[in-house]
Write a protein that binds this ligand. Sequence first.
Ligand code: DBV
Length: 250
Amino acid sequence: MTLYQPFLDYAIPLLKERLDLAAYPIPAGFERKESLTGKGKKEQLVVTTSHAFKSSKLRQIRAAHVEGGDALQVLNFVIFPQLNYDLPFFGADLVTLPGGHLIALDMQPLFHDAAYQKQYSDPILPIFNTYQKELPWGGDFPDEAKPFFSPAFLWTRPKETEAVQTTVFEAFKDYLQAYLDLVEQAPPVTDSQRLGEILEAQRRYINYRAAKDPARGMFTRFYGEEWTEEYIHGFLFDLERHIPEVQQSV
Ligand code: DBV
């Protein structure tokens, strides 16, 4: 079974159609990684593949796709805007483990004031409300992560795989299309104080996610600590590594 491949097969052509899409380099060793886990009948190949693009308004669009049989499927898909746009991040964490499915879908805000919410959350609320009925709130999640989510945060734990293949897939499509609408409309920021605030907010978010990546344990078990730390800091959440060149282009 490959539960999340259809999500990628939808997203990548859509990005090509709607953006001036270019390749984003994936560091050597991260395009594809395999590991054989378990013993005897439980032997299982776990394959992680990476995808990455950029566009004039989006610094990095990247996906990590983990496939390890029916009980281990993950698609983590995040879009990081260029530092001269106050756009939210597009964040999708689609996770299937032996315990069940865990779905997080959001336009993750840089700021929390009313004007920002009006611009970047209000347009998403009708979509959120549509899906919230079928995909109810998934319960507890870390308090310290709360500042990184918007009022349109879809967070749910579907019982049935079919709900992932149907309702969650539709929600993913609608959120991604709505995000690309926001991108299309976003004007570049030129005010130097605002640019400073954007940089600070991006660093706060990305450094939090690198520090608290919930997949760290899983990746370390499969591929070792050295590979995992480099994957997190050198690919998944790589802004700090690129600050000098990124600031120059703003
Ligand atoms: N999560 C990632 C990346 C992943 C990934 C890069 C490439 O950020 C997968 C893989 N998420 C992943 C896995 C789990 C979760 C869980 C494997 C299960 C961990 C486990 O149970 O062992 C949203 N993801 C979660 C959880 C949340 C999120 C709240 C529950 C686990 C927990 O309680 O910490 N997405 C996640 C999050 C932010 C986000 C915390 C914060 C900004 O955007």
